[in-house]
Write a protein that binds this ligand. Structure first.
Ligand code: C2O
Ligand code: CU
Length: 541
């Protein structure tokens, strides 16, 4: 195994990824940041300098389990203090599995300001993937807002409530195209929105006829669920969140924030013309769409899927199974089953998202340090509920009678090495006849996806239908509108791990929980992660 060293300077700079100029967080001058390329069992060392001047920072390695390095998970308030302006922090972790992963900021709503990138881990020498391809490309999809993350965050925590709304653009590998003539208030600054800026040239993939391309498609959206397709070409889905899957041929890929897929594309169409690489928003009624290319294909963009049709999305979720020969079967039974009811609520008139009527807030002293150093008073010690007290009578199809929730920084403590089932139950929001899609992401683990269902989870009968034969393993999974998703994982990674909706404003509004497991087995914490809250004195100068 080798050591892969990176030195990153993180700062704000004016950029025009969709032709509209705004402050963007860049790493070594770029957004998306540099790709991390490593081989299985390498050690990745990233030395991050926070040059944001007036803003803290933390970077999460999404999909990397951090076995033996829970303090390198990069979740501010959970596993570390933030990196203060001017400070340098070193993340050090092993990439223990091959596959496609991501990294992104994990402080406030910073991810949406452009701090994200891709991690690609190759197989050890002499080992081959179970599929063949000629070229390997990574494409990160994102949605893009013109308002700063500060304005967005302030709106979310105000009365009256200011929702972030739908994005102005969709970005393919950091590039989109906003129609400058649509600017709400015209500006005299000719550089404010510049349709001819080279930064917003469309993403172009130049391909060789007859070859097969592996495209690593991932989503870093703040809000949007997406469909991705290449005009006239089918794709074969072969990898999901770093695990091989039974090949599924699809015309379009539905992808939710925090998910990564590999698809194979055979370049077998008429080579004298161009084809659209398309992404569309699904699950919400939004207008942003694929930027038109430079040399526009002779045909208009193919129609995307109907935004509010859940059926094809659920069908794709159900179709993806672990690949024969690579199946890792889950333990047949769980030791604990937790039902997480996802609801939109109000607390003192403010809008929140909650899980079992508890809206999550972060403590000022990170949990990992609090637990290791026995600082019991820094967060709520009473355990949050394993299910809503009156879950049996809860009507998921209606706005609740009492929409109030409470906020708390209490955590779930899991017995080390036990098997835990999580049932994520979706419900109606505060708006009648509305239920959203939530991509849930677990840090520190991969989980098996045992099943998806429509309607309310039936604890007596639905578990009998769980797929225990060839379920996929993932780190991010969608909960479809008015549906449920059941997961299983083994609590075998000592540390403190957050589990949350990957929609940036939803997490900000409290849609998450924290699991602790085997914290007594965690080795000595590096003093670098300290320096905030009650840990100020713990940091050696
Ligand atoms: Cu990619 Cu906690 O998230
Ligand atoms: Cu959500």
């Amino acid at each position: 195994a080798r050591i892969r060293r990176y030195k990153w300077d993180v700062k704000y700079e004016f950029k025009s990824p969709d032709c509209y100029k705004k402050l963007v967080i860049i790493i070594n001058g770029r957004s998306p940041g540099p790709s991390i390329l490593a081989q299985q069992s390498d050690v990745v060392v990233v030395e991050v300098t926070n040059g944001l001047v007036t803003e803290n920072l933390a970077i999460h390695w999404h999909g990397i389990r951090q076995i033996g390095s829970p303090w390198s998970d990069g979740t501010e308030g959970v596993t570390q203090c933030p990196i203060f302006p001017g400070d340098t922090f070193t993340y050090r972790f092993v990439v223990d599995r091959p596959g496609t992963y991501l990294y992104h900021a994990h402080y406030g709503m910073q991810r949406a300001a452009g701090l994200y990138g891709s991690i690609q881990v190759s197989l050890p020498d002499g080992m081959a993937e179970p599929f063949a391809y000629d070229y390997d490309k990574s494409i990160i999809l994102n949605d893009w807002y013109h308002k700063s993350t500060y304005e967005q965050a302030a709106g979310l925590s105000s009365i009256p409530f200011g929702w972030v709304g739908e994005p102005q653009s969709l970005l393919i590998q950091g590039r989109g195209k906003f129609n400058c003539s649509k600017l709400a208030s015209p500006t005299l600054d000719p550089t404010a929105c510049n349709a001819t800026s080279s930064e917003c040239l469309p993403y172009v993939l130049t391909v060789i006829p007859g070859k097969t391309y592996r495209l690593r498609i991932s989503s870093m959206t703040a809000l949007s669920a997406l469909s991705f397709q290449i005009e006239g070409h089918n794709m074969t889905i072969v990898e999901a969140d770093g695990h091989y899957v039974e090949p599924v041929v699809a015309q379009n890929l539905f992808i939710y924030s925090g998910e990564t897929y590999s698809v194979l594309i055979k370049i077998d169409q008429e080579p004298s013309r161009n084809y659209w690489i398309m992404t569309n928003i699904v699950s919400r009624n939004a207008t942003a769409t694929t930027p038109p290319g430079l040399r526009v294909p002779p045909t208009g963009p193919p129609a995307g899927p109907i935004w509010n049709d859940v059926a094809p999305r659920l069908a794709q979720s159900l179709a993806i199974k672990a690949r024969q020969g690579y199946i890792h079967t889950p333990p047949p039974k769980s030791d604990r089953a937790i039902v997480f009811l996802n609801t939109q609520n109000k607390i003192d008139g403010y809008f929140h998202w909650s899980v079992n009527n508890v809206s999550f807030t972060l403590p000022h002293t990170p949990y990992l340090i609090a637990l290791k150093e026995n600082l019991h008073h820094v967060f709520d010690q009473s355990p949050p509920p394993d299910r809503l007290r009156d879950f049996t009578n809860y009507d998921i199809y209606r706005v609740a009678n009492n929409t109030n929730a409470t906020s708390s920084n209490a955590i779930y403590r899991l017995k080390f090495n036990t098997t835990v089932d999580i049932i994520l139950q979706n419900a109606n929001t505060l708006t009648a006849n509305t239920s959203e899609t939530h991509p849930w992401h677990l840090h520190g683990h991969d989980f098996w996806v045992l099943g998806y269902g429509t309607g309310k989870f039936d604890a007596d009968n639905d578990p009998k239908k769980y797929n225990l034969v060839n379920p996929i393993k993932k780190n991010t999974v969608a909960v479809h509108p008015y549906g449920w998703t059941a997961l299983r994982f083994v609590a075998d990674n000592p540390g403190v791990w957050v589990f949350h909706c990957h929609i940036e404003p939803h997490l900000y509004m409290g849609m998450g929980v924290v699991f602790e497991e085997g914290v007594e087995r965690v080795g000595k914490l590096p003093s670098e992660i300290m320096g905030c809250g009650e840990t100020k004195g713990f940091k050696r100068p």
